[in-house]
Design a protein around this ligand. Structure first.
Ligand SMILES: Nc1ncnc2c1ncn2[C@@H]1O[C@H](COP(=O)(O)OP(=O)(O)OP(=O)(O)O)[C@@H](O)[C@H]1O
Length: 274
């Protein structure tokens, strides 16, 4: 059972405020969340509920205002930037909306950047994996292009290949399929699910998309900076139904879900989504 392993990331009683102390905006309010090793965790919730903030704080990209944070076995609550940078480089991959591709490097250079930063070349096995990623993500024709020569979806695919290339223990993904057509989106989700299933990697993914969340083992719901509920593996219809219950404020999310449990399986929904 994955739950017997120590969490690969942990937020304990974390709060985050933006703005000045006279007029603080509360983005996270006393949130505690363990990310289990070898699990695919989705974070969902309405716009402004704190999803991206939670991910940034858990990844050590932003400081918490209060609480404790662990990442890859290290206490990062008050870690300095250098320690965090090293930890992230070795253990963590990021797939973010602002792709953070290096404009002066071509596609291959961007994908190989984590190896470069680690001061080593990919092994033969890693090289084969990178070629497979380039192929699966349809980037073969683009390997010598720079980011500005690519569409938004192509840039996102480069960011995905870069994040998966070193097979980091933990991957944080913010709307990884947001810019992709549905077929490429499903391929990316399949890659992420395979990373968990076959290589024991852990993934935290923020998404609004119930189909994307249906690939996760666990779905955590945020509202107004609080974790309000979580579900185990569910199909897209069940997740949509739950979210509708949340949005209507009827508190009926889970009850509705129980009614749909015997509904369509994920494969049915995948077919319907294409
Ligand atoms: N840098 C910032 N300065 C001020 N307020 C911020 C900042 N970043 C986020 N917030 C506020 O914190 C709250 C949570 O924002 P966050 O981006 O985490 O939400 P989200 O659930 O990821 O939203 P979305 O789904 O729209 O991306 C919002 O009220 C937002 O306006």
């Amino acid at each position: 059972m994955t739950t017997t392993h120590p969490p690969v990331a942990r937020a304990f009683q974390v709060s985050k405020y933006f703005g000045d102390s006279s007029n603080p905006v509360s983005a996270l309010d006393n949130v505690s969340l363990d990310i289990h090793s070898g699990q695919f965790t989705a974070i969902m919730g309405p716009s402004g509920s704190g999803k991206s903030t939670l991910m940034h704080v858990m990844a050590g990209l932003d400081n918490a205002s209060a609480g404790h944070l662990m990442l890859a076995g290290a206490d990062i609550t008050s870690a300095n930037d250098d320690a965090l940078t090293t930890l992230r480089r070795k253990q963590v991959g990021f797939i973010f909306q602002s792709f953070n591709l290096v404009p002066t490097l071509d596609v291959r250079g961007n994908i190989l950047l984590p190896f470069e930063l680690d001061g080593r070349a990919p092994t033969a096995q890693e090289s084969a994996w990178i070629e497979q990623l380039i192929d699966t993500l349809g980037l073969q024709e683009r390997v010598n292009h720079r980011p500005h020569q690519l569409s938004g979806g192509q840039q996102q695919r480069v960011a995905i290949a870069r994040a998966l290339g070193t097979r980091p223990h933990l991957i944080f993904a913010d709307e990884p399929t947001g810019n992709l057509d549905s077929r490429t989106g499903r391929e990316v989700l399949g890659l992420l699910a395979a990373a968990v299933r076959e290589y024991g990697q852990s993934i935290v993914m923020v998404t609004h998309d119930p189909i994307a969340a249906s690939y996760a083992d666990r779905i955590v719901f945020l509202a107004d900076g609080h974790i309000v509920d979580e579900l185990g593996r569910s199909n897209a219809e069940q997740i949509s139904s739950y979210m509708l219950g949340m949005e209507s404020g009827s508190g009926a999310g889970r009850n509705d879900l129980e009614k749909t449990r015997s509904g369509a399986g994920r494969n049915d929904l995948e077919g319907a989504a294409s």
